[in-house]
Design a binder for this molecule. Structure first.
Ligand code: ADP
Length: 631
């Protein structure tokens, strides 16, 4: 018989499986059972519209048959089966597995991630088997085929006999080795446990012939007899009574279903009757999946209609800002054969989605109030998404989300909610102050914050790009306006101080005009600062766009290099109490060239403090060098 070669990618995955040191090799059984269950789903679906299938729901089953003498394990299903072409296409190549392209440079042995994160399907059989034979007959076909492979050399295909539709997979188990005992996969007890552990909610019976003990009156002892036993409980967890379930049951379900080894931060088991009847099981993960903040990520809940899955990821059930939620909804109100397009307009679905949104918000609120540490963990992972949610759709959802937000505070560098901030505002404090920049460390050193701190006011440090945009969208919280410490008038000083500043400004009017002239369009104004205490200079902004926003917007592809530059209206603020200010005044009277040079220096310094790149760093450097040489 001709041996055919595997496609290159398949060969790599296969190699990985054969040489796997993965400690949970046992997952191969889960993978094969899932495939079998999928195949039965397909035939069952077909039977709903095609009466000639002639199979009833309760006739579908998966049969597991171990043979300890031959050291084989057989997994058989009576699902839709595969044609010769499908056998080749599905088992000879990995068509859609993203696993390999994701971890191209994975070295053999370093396979924990790939297996843990994706589940690798059929090929996982090679973690425990030295040879695999797949006999399959597609539903409606006359002929059956056998696919066989003992590893990377390739596979063979031949026609064979099989009476009914379905697939039978025979694993020839590997020889036992020091690190792994493969015999255990022929032990009934072990297999039963594995099915319970991984495949308990498979909706078809998973059966195995096992010893059943019965008391023999004559022999006066329990004697075994062989009996076909169903190993899984089949009832999906979400259909069970909440009182029957422990937190652990939900956690195990979550981990097995979503291949996440971390315990979820919260779960919601909702049972609803009334305008919409449904069961929902929702989870809030502890960590964002690696692709969460990428275009590739697909949100959605699995949708079931009376226990039968009708859509893997129903996006309409989750608003974007809660896209991190994983879980499922099971509703008898939805028809099995509903199409994607119809679903979008389904009234029931909309009601369910609204309810679910409420449940999620309640759960998060509860976590925020009662489990602060967990909430902070949640916010580290998904806070960004909530902030996007505030900003998107012109702030349509800001009111729903504002109380879920947290920002780092200048008080102890801890995350605070807006309510907490407002509750401890000083009596004379009018605004909610914030500073925005690359990092907390940087913001702490920002000269513009000096006065605000001196007053004992708390400052929110905004370090994510979206933060300031979200804040601008919120505009206010609890009737308190937000105010950037680096923008506009902070309105901090006493009447006396304000008067003083006004006077200095008046006296220095001409000098400021000269300095503004020197810097040209780079700034809109030179001004006496009311926010600086020890630093001589800073940049602030006037109007809608802050210096930080300018930086962010110009780094974005659509505005940045290809499009128009966005510009903040910058103001150069000088500290009149700083010795440098006196120096400037002297120079204005005696040496305007030097004043011009100092103006440029001060402007560059202010930009550097702000974390903005200098347009002309070498000019800055030579001005500095001149200054040193003449000092
Ligand atoms: P996945 O299940 O992720 O698609 P697998 O490698 O496990 O990847 O399986 C590849 C394909 O082979 C499946 O999508 C399915 O079409 C087919 N297949 C696997 N096992 C069976 C089976 N028992 N019955 C019918 N088709 C199967």
């Amino acid at each position: 018989m001709e041996t055919k070669e595997f496609k290159a990618e398949s060969k790599r995955l296969l190699e990985m499986m054969i040489n796997s040191i993965y400690t949970h090799k046992e997952i191969f059984l889960r993978e094969l059972i899932s495939n079998a269950s999928d195949a039965m789903d397909k035939l069952y679906f077909k039977s709903l519209t095609d009466t000639s299938v002639g199979m009833k729901r309760e006739e579908f089953r998966i049969l597991i048959t171990p043979d300890s003498k031959a050291r084989t394990l057989t997994i058989a299903d009576n699902g839709i089966g595969m044609t010769a072409e499908e056998l080749e296409a599905n088992l000879g190549t990995i068509a859609k597995s993203g696993s390999l392209s994701f971890k191209k440079d994975n070295e053999l042995g370093e396979d924990v991630n790939i297996i843990g994160q994706f589940g690798v399907g059929f090929y996982s059989a090679f973690m425990v088997a030295s040879a695999v034979t797949v006999t399959s007959k597609a539903y409606g076909a006359n002929k059956a085929y056998r696919w066989a492979s003992s590893g990377t050399d390739g596979y063979t295909m031949e026609e064979c006999e099989k009476e009914t539709a379905g697939t039978e997979i025979v694993l020839q188990l590997k020889e036992n080795a020091d690190e792994e005992d493969y015999d255990k996969y022929t032990q009934e007890y072990e297999l039963k446990n594995l099915v319970k552990k991984y495949s308990d909610y498979i909706r078809y019976p998973i059966q195995m012939e096992m010893d059943k003990y019965e008391y023999d009156e004559e022999k006066k002892e329990s004697v075994p007899h062989r009996e076909l036993t169903t190993l899984n409980s089949m009832v999906p967890i979400w259909k069970k009574n909440k009182s029957e379930l422990k937190a652990e049951d939900y956690q195990t379900f979550y981990k097995d279903t979503y291949y996440d080894y971390e315990t979820p931060l919260a779960y919601i088991h909702a049972k609803n009757e009334g305008t919409a009847t449904y069961n929902a099981l929702l989870f809030i993960p502890a960590k964002a999946p690696f692709d969460y903040y990428s275009k590739e990520f697909e949100k959605g809940l699995t949708l079931y209609s009376s226990g039968v899955m009708i859509m893997e990821k129903c996006a309409d059930l989750l608003p974007d800002y809660f896209s991190f939620v994983r879980g499922l909804v099971d509703s008898e109100d939805l028809s099995l054969n509903i199409s994607r397009e119809m679903l979008q307009h389904d009234r029931q679905l909309k009601i369910i989605a609204k309810n679910i949104e409420k449940s999620i918000k309640n759960e998060l609120t509860k976590m925020r109030d009662n489990r602060r540490e967990d909430y902070e963990k949640f916010f580290q992972a998904f806070g960004l998404q909530l902030k996007f949610g505030v900003y998107q759709s012109y702030g349509m959802n800001k009111d729903a989300l504002k109380d879920l937000l947290m920002f780092t505070s200048s008080f102890e560098n801890k995350l605070v909610t807006l309510a907490e901030y407002v509750s401890r505002m000083k009596e004379d404090q009018k605004f909610i102050y914030y500073a925005s920049g690359d990092s907390v460390a940087r913001l702490e050193m920002l000269p513009q914050t000096e006065m605000v701190r001196e007053k004992g006011y708390e400052i929110l440090y905004l370090t994510d790009n979206v933060d300031e945009f979200a804040i601008k969208m919120l505009m206010e919280y609890d009737s308190k306006q937000f105010k950037s410490v680096t923008a506009g008038d902070l309105d901090l000083g006493t009447e006396e101080e304000k008067e003083e500043i006004k006077k200095t400004a008046e006296d220095s009017k001409d000098m400021f005009a000269f300095m503004k002239e020197t810097l040209g369009d780079k700034i809109t104004e030179v001004r006496v600062s009311s926010r600086l205490k020890t630093h001589p200079v800073c940049i602030t902004s006037e109007g809608e766009i802050s210096v930080e926003m300018e930086k962010i917007l110009n780094e974005m592809p659509q505005t940045g290099a290809n499009g128009e530059k966005v510009e903040a209206k910058k103001v150069l603020e000088l500290n009149a109490a700083h010795p440098v200010f006196e120096k400037l005044k002297t120079l204005y009277a005696s040496d305007k060239d030097k004043l011009a040079a100092y103006t440029k220096l001060l402007y560059s310094q202010a930009l550097l403090i702000e974390g903005v790149n200098l347009e002309n760093p070498s000019e800055f450097s030579s001005l500095m060098a001149d200054l040193m040489a003449n000092a």
